[in-house]
Ligand binder design. Structure first.
Ligand code: APR
Length: 230
């Protein structure tokens, strides 16, 4: 596994025009989690849930990666075996910036998953055809997104990556869902980059804290990682 882990949340996509969840104008100010992002909502609120993810998927056609995504893609290209890009985000901005092997912990908007056999199908930015069924088992599809209260199988790859991590970078995550502080305590170097303090993060456990936009912090972050990798 890589020596450097770049862990991100919605904040790194904010400057591309995608809403975060808990900031002032965040998604959870406009939508009720229990209606469209909670285990079981596809059974009692199916059409509203599918429509919510159709709209977020379609929104990807109107946004582009920002300089933070591109800077991290360039860093990963220079050090292909030393950088793991792990994100809570379900957008494809890292991929469109050129990042490889991005680990999406909470799923991926352009992908559907069969509710019966788990087979996945990439649909890009299209609306999910409600009659579209699984070629493998004939089952019904759902957005390949991890809802609150559902299993998040990719987390084991985060834990694996953190076993070898010596330099942890957090960009744009409030820490409300995945607490990374305890990982920061066990690495040589750690950088926290958010817009402002978060009640869910103890900034004192990070060796460097940058409260500024990701696009303004990324050059310093890249410089520190390059000096560490040598
Ligand atoms: N640059 C850097 N950080 C930013 C920027 C920016 N331009 N804009 C916002 N931020 C920071 C905020 O300061 C905040 O700490 O991004 C963070 C966004 O926090 P959340 O909205 O809670 O998003 P996130 O941490 O990704 O949420 C985690 O919660 O709802 C679930 O599954 C969803 O993956 C998501 C998870």
């Amino acid at each position: 596994m890589a020596k450097v882990v770049i862990f991100s949340g919605a904040g790194i996509s904010a400057e591309s025009g995608l809403s975060t969840f808990r900031d002032a104008d965040g998604l959870w100010e406009k939508y009720r989690i229990e209606e469209i992002c909670q285990a079981g909502c596809l059974s009692w609120n199916r059409e509203n849930t599918l429509a919510f993810y159709d709209a977020r998927r379609e929104q990807l056609t109107s946004v582009k990666p920002n300089t933070a995504h591109y800077a991290l893609a360039k860093l990963q290209e220079c050090y292909p075996n030393d950088i793991d890009i792990i994100t809570q985000n379900v957008d494809d901005l890292f991929e469109r910036a050129g990042c490889k092997d991005v680990l999406h912990l909470h799923g991926f908007l352009p992908r559907l998953r069969c509710e019966q056999c788990g087979a996945t199908q990439i649909i890009g930015y299209a609306k999910q055809e409600r009659t579209f069924t699984c070629k493998n088992c004939g089952g019904s599809f759902r957005p390949d997104i991890v809802f609150f209260g559902e299993a998040a199988p990719m987390y084991e790859h985060l834990y694996e990556a953190m076993e070898d991590c010596q330099f942890l970078v957090i960009i744009g995550s409030s820490g409300n869902v995945i607490a990374m502080d305890h990982f920061a305590l066990h690495v040589k170097h750690s950088i926290l980059n958010n817009l402002e303090k978060s009640d869910a993060i103890n900034e004192r456990v990070y060796t460097k804290v940058l409260y500024k936009k990701a696009t303004e912090a990324v050059d310093e972050i890249v410089g520190d990682v390059e000096r560490f990798l040598g």
